[in-house]
Design a binder for this molecule. Structure first.
Ligand SMILES: C[S@@+](CC[C@H](N)C(=O)[O-])C[C@H]1O[C@@H](n2cnc3c(N)ncnc32)[C@H](O)[C@@H]1O
Length: 222
């Protein structure tokens, strides 16, 4: 088995073999900037509604929530939450994503308010204990520093809040587009990280949304 030991200064970029990549195995993927960022953002509008409905259902989301969507991209899940009356903050480090999100939101005019904020998971600009529910769809596999990102999630989440991460389910050894997501081992490793970092529990569940297969890790605080 090809083996590498890359000791990251922080976070979880430490792994034992090429078939045992960490949950943030795409941390060094190119940023969604410039023309590529806009093109990627527009492709992400398609087919993401089912992901958004699934996380809202798993989180048992209602109109009383303040939802934080980390790595919101063009904002499909954020708009779904706002359409159900929740207050929403959508965070993304990529300006093209936020521009597309704002444009689509002006057209959709959801019931609840959405604040769009340029920031990354590792450095959220929200106040302590300010959100009741946090989710991140198809984004955690890109975070450069999972330890810092999860500390921030815990800081901004009110006690009793949940953090839901959804990723496309991938096969070990997948390459290119097919590798953007989590294998079962990567999902399990991420759930273990949540409990190691102080979440009281974390569950992994698999879902088939038509031809799209996803894995969800749901962590809870008390
Ligand atoms: C594949 S897109 C998913 C977008 C959206 N959540 C969706 O499901 O359509 C991944 C998003 O994560 C964002 N991202 C990358 N690194 C991030 C980080 N460190 N913190 C927060 N978001 C990040 C990217 O800019 C991008 O918008």
């Amino acid at each position: 088995m090809a083996s590498t030991a890359s000791a990251g200064e922080s976070g979880w970029l430490v792994f034992a073999s090429m078939t045992d990549l960490p949950p943030n195995h795409h941390a060094h993927y190119r940023q969604f900037s410039g023309v590529f960022g806009y093109l990627a953002g527009f492709t992400m509008i398609i087919g993401r509604g089912r992901d958004a409905r699934l996380v809202a259902e798993i989180a048992n989301m209602d109109a009383s929530e303040h939802v934080l969507d980390i790595g919101c991209g063009p904002g499909t899940a954020a708009r779904l939450a706002a359409g159900r009356g929740a207050r929403v903050t959508g965070v993304d480090p990529a300006e093209p994503m936020l521009r597309i999100a704002r444009l689509l939101t002006r057209l959709a005019r959801p019931a609840g308010d959405i604040d769009w904020v340029r920031a990354s998971a590792e450095r959220l600009t929200l106040l302590d204990d300010s959100v009741t529910l946090c989710w991140s769809l198809a984004s955690v596999h890109h975070w450069p520093d999972l330890t810092a990102g999860l500390s921030e999630v815990q800081r901004v989440l009110r006690p009793g809040g949940s953090f839901i991460a959804l990723e496309k389910r991938t096969q070990p050894g997948a390459t290119g587009n097919a590798s953007h997501g989590w294998t079962p081992d990567q999902a399990d490793a991420f759930a273990e990280m949540l409990t190691d970092q102080g979440f009281t529990s974390a569950e992994v569940s698999n879902h088939d949304l038509g031809r799209r297969r996803v894995v969800v890790v749901a962590g809870h605080t008390s």
